[in-house]
Design a protein. Structure first.
Length: 323
């Protein structure tokens, strides 16, 4: 059977680092509060010359280099983002043009912080359905542009950045020993749409708007929703949590990462944590964490890796893959 195998990975961060200490000069907050409540120590903020497309392009080029491929080898681009350069066309098309690709298809996918998990799942279906051989899956965000910099309850949490992987069709024998994506589980429930949203849009206010979040409400649901899709991944594959080498979660808050790991009996040594360095970069956080742990040698070929995310919508999901 066809499997979607990770052939390469890459990441890109804006030039500017914004530390918690510097944040103290912008809003009424402290380094201590941010670290204790979230685990975040710094985040990257896009400059005027950096956008979702430029960060996404840089992450894509890094993934192509890592895979030893050229843009001509890619036949589909799926960009997970909630912060497109323009309302339309899709920012994926902008990245396609920057890479000099004129064939295949490119489109954006919007599932907020779960966007990368949704995009990986979508790419896997195109590959296994025979419609694509090599898909560039990118998560790129400039959440700093959606923030209300007077709202200390949200502006300290988010950052900008991009990560990418290349998924390639390969042969598997249909068992959980195969390399590639083994199972994926996606969920959404619009009943929670007003707990984390942006208060603008082309069809309503005609403005971009600002991010609004009932943090405590999101927090309350996060661990349960994450556990739901993690358990589903292991049930579907008959693998056990003990088989897992690495959990690569969406990076929203260290307390959510620790709470989910504890509930699932996954030791923190197996959890890739980048929230301290990047903050919450929404759809970019998982591919940034993947690129971090794969380039420093933690994630190795053959490792069982679980991606999971929960965010606005609510949306939540998991992808279990063998690297
Ligand atoms: O990626 C999508 C998913 N998003 C998330 O997963 C975010 C989920 N939520 C969270 O991570 C947490 O709820 C937050 C980090 C947003 C907030 O942590 P919390 O422990 O739930 O704090 P809280 O909202 O209950 O606020 C506690 C106190 C409040 O003061 P009072 O009312 O107790 O006097 C806030 O006003 O902390 C205050 N506070 C701050 N203080 C200093 C809120 N923000 C700040 C701040 N600096 N930046």
């Amino acid at each position: 059977m066809i499997r979607s195998i990770v052939r390469g990975f890459g990441a890109s961060l804006p030039k500017r680092v914004l530390t918690n200490r510097e944040m103290e000069t912008l809003v009424d907050t402290t380094d201590e509060w941010i670290v204790q409540r979230t685990g975040i120590r710094q985040r990257y903020i896009a400059g005027d010359d950096e956008t979702t497309a430029s960060l996404g392009e840089a992450a894509a080029r890094a993934a192509l280099d890592n895979a030893g491929l050229t843009p001509a080898d890619i036949d589909m681009i799926i960009l997970a983002t909630s912060t497109p350069d323009n309302t339309f066309p899709a920012t994926a098309v902008n990245i396609q043009q920057r890479l000099g690709i004129h064939h295949g298809a490119a489109f954006d996918l919007q599932a907020v912080c779960s966007g990368f998990v949704f995009a990986m799942t979508t790419a896997d279906l195109y590959i296994r359905g025979g419609m694509a051989r090599r898909v560039l899956v990118i998560g790129s965000e400039t959440f700093s542009r959606l923030l209300d910099w007077n709202d200390r309850t949200t502006c300290v949490l988010f950052g900008d950045g991009a990560g990418a992987v290349i998924l390639e069709a390969g042969e598997g024998n249909g068992t959980s020993d195969d390399r590639g994506i083994l199972t994926a589980h996606l969920r959404s429930d619009g009943a929670h749409k007003d707990k984390l949203y942006v208060d603008g849009g082309p069809s309503t206010t005609g403005t971009v708007g600002h991010l609004k979040m009932e943090g405590r409400e999101v927090f309350k649901h996060a661990v349960g929703m994450i556990t739901d899709v993690v358990v589903a991944a292991f049930d579907a594959t008959k693998l056990s949590i003990d088989d897992l080498d690495w959990l690569v979660p969406h990076q929203a808050n260290i307390r959510i990462l620790e709470g989910s790991a504890r509930k699932l009996s996954i030791p923190m040594e197996k959890v890739v944590v980048t929230v301290d360095q990047h903050g919450n970069t929404s759809a970019a956080s998982i591919p940034l964490a993947l690129a971090t742990a794969a380039s420093d040698g933690r994630i190795k070929k053959g490792d069982l890796v679980l991606l999971e995310a929960m965010g606005g919508g609510f949306t939540w999901g998991s992808v279990l893959l063998r690297w």
